[in-house]
Design a protein around this ligand. Structure first.
Ligand SMILES: [Zn+2]
Length: 117
């Protein structure tokens, strides 16, 4: 009888051990990142990245967009504590990136410009 209870106890403990993972999973903090709209000029057309059919190009551009978003998320205005918003990045036919964003003021713009030098 005692053995049986001990066995059940272990079973319960195991289940309890698993629960925190399930409970924490949805609230795991993801690294801060801003959403970035990526567009690219391919041939004569300018496309949002969602419409790029070439998977290699699409994945390279979305990676670049995510990196920019993660980087800008860490740069906050020293006056207002705000990050850039409405971030857009456009790649021209030669692969040059043109970054645009809205900022609360010049101080943030200067901070971002200084960090990308
Ligand atoms: Zn500001």
């Amino acid at each position: 009888m005692q053995l049986e209870l001990a066995g059940r106890g272990r079973g319960i403990n195991q289940r309890v051990d698993l629960r925190p993972h399930a409970a924490y999973a949805p609230v795991m903090p993801s690294p801060p990142s801003l959403s970035v709209t990526v567009t690219v000029t391919l041939g004569a057309r300018t496309l949002p990245i969602e419409q790029v059919r070439d998977a290699r190009i699409a994945s390279a551009l979305s990676t670049a967009g995510r990196e920019i978003g993660a980087k800008l998320a860490k740069i906050a205005c020293s006056e207002h504590g705000r990050t850039a918003s409405n971030v857009r990045i456009h790649f021209d036919a030669r692969g040059n990136a043109d970054l645009r964003y809205d900022s609360c003021c010049d101080a943030l713009g200067k901070k971002i410009a200084a960090s990308s030098r």
